[in-house]
Design a protein around this ligand. Structure first.
Ligand code: PHE
Ligand code: NA
Length: 446
């Protein structure tokens, strides 16, 4: 057994744990609702297969072959071995910034786990008010919950890849699957289940415009944990003889399945209560608690299970956001894991505090810059600027600065020549073009 490496199953579980997160259970349902269901789901599936999976394979092949941190892996994989490729390592900071506000949001969810044991709100207005109060007034609770989440993340990654991350996923992923399975079974008993199925799978093309395409593409990246060095870093701990193509496909399938299942569960609940499908980001925090409150004791159990599932899904993603930074500082600067964890942990913890203060009515004003508060800035800079740049760099790198025959030798034994040729064409032409369009559009240039 290799020291501090994943087993094959461990890798699949950990990468799936990273991929399956708030992106699947919170974000996917609400953007599917906003873009009208079926047609958006179809576009999203195409984006996963042709673009998401292509970039996933790209990060996996670089990581598994170099078996190093992000910066070193780019240098080692390049034809020229030019040291400047180390700058591709900038993407590790993206994960740290995402983690800072992801931890705050996970803190809200943890808060909802506890409040779900009490009385649930019966009116949307009361539920909206409760959510608003938590975010704009209750700085104390937010700091406590953010601290619990950040502390747990730090505690787990301190133990390393094998004893920390692999073990966490070994425990939480089956539990998550179990809870979602239970919720799905319950959703199946509702009359609205069939309405949810037809909402999600019968396409209404009138809702699809440029914005919907770009939202699908952005979601494909976020949901597969791409553009932050996570998949590259995890793959660096995948033993060299393991089949990275098969493993990558498996992770993409698991992530997609969970997003679709979460969508079916949530839309069944929403339609059963006669609620609207386009409730936006407040969907799980405002619409769902009101629905659960109408179901008595069972509703309470469902509420608690649902928010626990979200915490489990989120924690396994959170640990994967910090690991690229840790590996970077451990491998390139000879830091101990402890020192790297304390340093990176402090950075994201403090950024998280700034993010949550920036939404409060007391401090929001002084933490707002150019019309966006610090929380929204961190979200914008990462998902609209840093992640797309990282993805473009990765595609251009593999398509133009890496030896093609070397790549072919990695792919063919694990898949086939046809798969390699298709992947190479996508990575060299189609995917960079799609991302550049996405990028310019997000910046408001086109
Ligand atoms: N894929 C995770 C989700 O869907 C988010 C994530 C992004 C995790 C980037 C790691 C890195 O919630
Ligand atoms: Na995901």
């Amino acid at each position: 057994m290799l020291k501090n490496h994943f087993s094959r199953v461990g890798f699949i579980l950990a990468a799936a744990g990273s991929a399956v997160g708030l992106g699947n259970i919170w974000k996917f349902p609400y953007i599917t609702g906003e873009y009208g269901g079926g047609a958006f789901v179809l576009v999203y599936l195409l984006a996963i297969v042709f673009i998401g999976l292509t970039v996933f394979l790209a990060e996996a092949v670089i990581g598994q072959n170099a078996q190093a941190d992000v910066a070193t892996s780019f240098i080692k994989t390049s034809k020229s071995k030019n040291k400047n490729w180390k700058f591709a390592g900038f993407m590790i900071f993206t994960g740290l910034i995402i983690l800072s506000f992801y931890s705050v949001v996970l803190g809200w969810i943890l808060n909802y786990v506890f409040t779900s044991f009490g009385t649930l709100p019966t009116e949307a207005s009361a539920a909206g008010q409760a959510f608003e109060t938590l975010i704009t007034k209750d700085i104390g609770s937010q700091i406590v919950y953010h601290t619990i989440i950040a502390g747990s993340v730090i505690f787990i990654v301190l133990k390393g890849i094998k004893a920390g991350i692999e073990k966490l996923n070994l425990i939480l992923m089956p539990l998550l699957a179990l809870i979602l399975f239970g919720l799905l079974i319950y959703a199946l008993t509702l009359d609205s289940f069939s309405t949810a199925v037809s909402f999600m799978f019968s396409p209404d093309w009138s809702k699809i415009d440029g914005n919907a395409l770009l939202a699908a593409l952005g979601q494909a990246f976020f949901t597969l944990s791409l553009g932050v060095g996570t998949i590259l870093t995890y793959s660096a701990s995948l033993p060299k003889h393991e089949n990275f193509v098969k493993s990558s496909v498996m992770v993409a399938i698991v992530d997609t399945a969970i997003a679709l299942i979460a969508g079916l569960i949530i839309f069944s609940f929403l339609f059963e209560a006669g609620a609207k499908s386009a409730a936006g980001p407040g969907l799980v925090f405002i619409s769902l608690p009101v629905i659960f409150s109408g179901w008595g004791m069972l509703g309470q159990i469902i509420a608690v299970s649902f928010f626990v599932a979200l915490v489990f899904a989120g924690i396994t993603s959170a640990v994967s956001m910090i690991e690229p930074s840790l590996k970077f500082f451990i491998d390139r600067f000879n830091m101990t894991r402890k020192k790297a964890t304390i340093m990176c942990g402090s950075i994201f913890y403090i950024l998280g505090i700034i993010a949550l203060l920036s939404m409060s009515s007391a401090y929001g004003g002084s933490l707002t810059f150019f019309g966006k508060n610090a929380f929204d800035w961190m979200d914008f800079i990462t998902s609209s600027v840093m992640m797309p740049i990282a993805a473009i760099v990765t595609c251009i790198f593999l398509g133009y600065f890496v030896d093609k025959d070397m790549l072919k030798q990695k792919f063919v034994p694990n898949s086939s020549l046809a798969v390699f040729n298709a992947w190479y064409f996508l990575i060299k032409f189609l995917v960079p073009l799609a991302i550049i369009i996405l990028f310019l559009n997000k910046l408001g240039i086109i």
